[in-house]
Design a protein around this ligand. Structure first.
Ligand SMILES: Cc1cc2nc3c(=O)[nH]c(=O)nc-3n(C[C@H](O)[C@H](O)[C@H](O)COP(=O)(O)OP(=O)(O)OC[C@H]3O[C@@H](n4cnc5c(N)ncnc54)[C@H](O)[C@@H]3O)c2cc1C
Length: 632
């Protein structure tokens, strides 16, 4: 469980507080970056092959041959070799790297918006860039020494070299601490020379293309007088002792390279260590946390592209003498897709805005000189609960959107001519990559409960030693009196038209706090084993964060509408409802569904069939797996 930032919204929600100053107003992309991002997106779109199924006569494209072609990369199981070369001059490979190291120095929000576009154009290209920029390069940016940054970042930012990130091994996936790759210290007469690395990594995204790899290996360190194994990050370069395997056959993101990485007696100097010796777990966790935002952005872009095709299909395909779009069940699908998308976007850009704001507030720490390894300011790490929420929600949203679009497309969607089946195959990747959603749910719930858990433990200790703990007991009692007298957490920063939704947020925040308090009192330390409870806590947290993000965003849109009206400007283009009104509907739609889900989950905190479900699962572990057959 990571230490969350005091600025974390979710940390406050777990304490029963709604941090309005951080959730409102909804952050915007800095005006200085707007033009640069727009230009970049326009160039990327111009490089993209049009989807022939979207417009029958749209296959021919004027201008230079488009290189971004999701269908081709999927069919050929690789990116066009000239594509990455063509993208390099755009600065995509060093989007967030400070200009001092050869990058474009864009904010997290700007970077997410670019990844969103890449997700819409080709998921395989997007994840290749994610692995390079948001995992490999990011790890160097956050944990590299000044010398390592100067050595690696300029060529990586220019796209002259590619980077990949390798943690997973055949025996070690979710349990990252259990890796087998070993880094043994090498010695020369003068002393400690470096390390000899041996072992195998699997499923390295970008493995076949990369020149530099961030790898993790066990190293022996001294802890409290004993020798123990701890993971350490290393920077290794393709060359003797470093080999990549054949391309994997995959379900989705087929255009992305995925290979094994074999290190055989690879001797590296001491300055190949990334971060502290024995501090690799921190490098891994913090890098993955920040990468989850790019991943969410890709899911959002992919879902938007699918939605676009689905609406086109529904509004042109006729059955029973009517357009599909006129049927209730079709409307339900298209409405649900949009509210999910709106919530995923709102969560992502609220989080990226928090990170940008936090980095702006600590500029001297962000990319400045480091007094010691580990003394680096990583805003994304402090918002790891928010990034986990974004990743879980956005990846599951994409699976739902892709799956519903398949249904809506009928038989045609099942065929390769349409992009739905590729979107559905690709979508499964995001549930696994960058830490699986199961592990992230545990992480989110346990991280959130850590602070209230500590408070509870300290409180029970304080009650046992009333004099020593007098202040804490009094504070807690005062908090409880305050809640009893004035009600639970209050939200006032929303637009008045979102009163109902604001009340739902207040109620959910209070219910979450009470539910967590009850769960902690009931299960104590055993809470770490109670995954049914953890899943419920995580699901309520996600919906709560989603509602807050939507209300913040829609409030901003409504306030802008108020300002336009006050200035006497017309708001509605002919035949279209104002965008702010549409946002109001989307926000209300998401909150309405979220409230329903939260109510159901909260009920299950008290009354559930957890023990029955565990027993059913365990029955299959002993004896025959599923013995029932009508033939018997
Ligand atoms: C296409 C692809 C590309 C990848 N690229 C990279 C890469 O570039 N770099 C890299 O390092 N890795 C990469 N990976 C590996 C990826 O990170 C792992 O697959 C992932 O972490 C899950 O590990 P695993 O596959 O071993 O599954 P396991 O850890 O064996 O898990 C199997 C299932 O059990 C669940 N589970 C495991 N432990 C628990 C628990 N304690 N409680 C509840 N449920 C649990 C998991 O959520 C999952 O559903 C890639 C994987 C794929 C498929």
């Amino acid at each position: 469980v990571n230490e969350s930032s005091p600025e974390s919204i979710i940390r406050s929600l777990f304490s029963g507080e709604i941090p309005q100053d951080r959730a409102f107003p909804f952050p915007r992309l800095m005006p200085t970056e707007q033009a640069a991002v727009r230009r970049l997106l326009a160039t990327l779109r111009a490089m993209t092959v049009r989807d022939p199924s979207a417009s029958p006569d749209g296959a021919d494209q004027d201008g230079p041959a488009p290189l971004i072609d999701a269908r081709r990369s999927d069919a050929e199981r690789r990116l066009a070799p000239e594509l990455l070369r063509a993208l390099a001059p755009l600065g995509l490979f060093g989007l967030t790297v400070p200009p001092a190291y050869g990058g474009r120095g864009l904010s997290t929000t700007a970077c997410c918006r670019v990844f969103q576009e890449l997700g819409a154009l080709d998921s395989a290209l997007a994840v290749t860039l994610l692995s390079h920029l948001s995992h490999g390069v990011r790890a160097i940016q956050l944990f590299g020494t000044e010398d390592q940054k100067r050595r690696y970042l300029p060529a990586l930012s220019r796209g002259e070299r590619l980077c990949a990130f390798a943690q997973a091994e055949p025996q070690s996936g979710s349990d990252a601490a259990s890796i087998h790759m070993r880094a043994a210290p090498t010695h020369a007469p003068g002393g400690h020379l470096g390390y000899a690395l041996n072992g195998t990594k699997i499923w390295v995204t970008g493995g076949g293309l990369a020149d530099v790899f961030v790898v993790f290996a066990q190293t022996e360190v001294h802890r409290e007088g004993a020798r123990v194994d701890r993971i350490t990050g290393f920077l290794v370069e393709r060359g003797p002792g470093v080999q990549t395997g054949a391309e994997e056959e995959k379900l989705g993101v087929r255009g992305a390279s995925t290979t094994a990485l074999y290190l055989t007696d690879l001797h590296v100097p001491r300055d190949s260590v990334l971060g502290a010796v024995g501090g690799g777990f921190k490098v891994l966790q913090e890098t993955l946390s920040s990468g989850r935002l790019s991943l969410s952005a890709i899911c959002i872009g992919a879902a938007r592209a699918v939605l676009q095709r689905a609406v086109l299909h529904a509004t042109t395909r006729r059955q029973f003498g009517r357009l599909l779009s006129s049927f209730g069940m079709i409307k339900d699908k298209l409405g649900q897709m949009q509210i999910d998308l709106y919530a995923a976007e709102s969560m992502l850009y609220l989080t990226s805005g928090l990170i940008d704001r936090s980095e702006r507030a600590h500029p001297h720490l962000t990319y400045g000189r480091r007094a010691a390894v580990g003394d680096v300011y990583d805003a994304a790490a402090g918002f790891s609960m928010e990034t986990a929420c974004c990743k879980i929600f956005a990846s599951e949203m994409l699976v739902r959107v892709a799956s519903e679009a398949m249904s809506l497309g009928g038989g045609a969607a099942f065929m390769g001519d349409y992009p739905y089946e590729r979107a559905l195959r690709d979508s499964r990747f995001f549930l696994i990559f960058g830490t699986t959603n199961e592990i992230l749910r545990c992480y989110l719930a346990l991280s959130g409960m850590a602070a209230p858990g500590e408070q509870l433990a300290r409180l029970s200790e304080a009650i046992r030693h009333p004099l020593r703990g007098y202040g804490l007991v009094m504070d807690t009692l005062l908090d409880q009196v305050k809640v009893a007298a004035y009600g639970g957490p209050a939200l006032t920063a929303h637009h008045p038209r979102l009163k109902r939704e604001a009340v739902a947020i207040e109620d959910t925040a209070e219910a979450l706090q009470k539910g967590v308090d009850r769960a902690l009192r009931r299960h104590g330390r055993q809470i770490s084993e109670m995954q049914y409870v953890q899943r419920r806590v995580a699901d309520v947290t996600m919906d709560l964060y989603g509602m807050l993000a939507c209300v913040s965003r829609a409030s901003a849109a409504l306030r802008a509408q108020d300002a336009r009206r006050a200035a006497g400007e017309g708001v509605e283009a002919a035949g279209e409802i104002d965008e702010a009104e549409r946002e109001l509907r989307l926000c209300r739609g998401f909150c309405s569904k979220a409230i329903g889900r939260v109510r159901k989950v909260l009920e299950r905190f008290n009354e559930n069939d957890d023990e029955l479900m565990k027993a059913i699962a365990e029955d299959s572990y002993h004896g025959r797996i599923y013995p029932h057959d009508i033939l018997d």
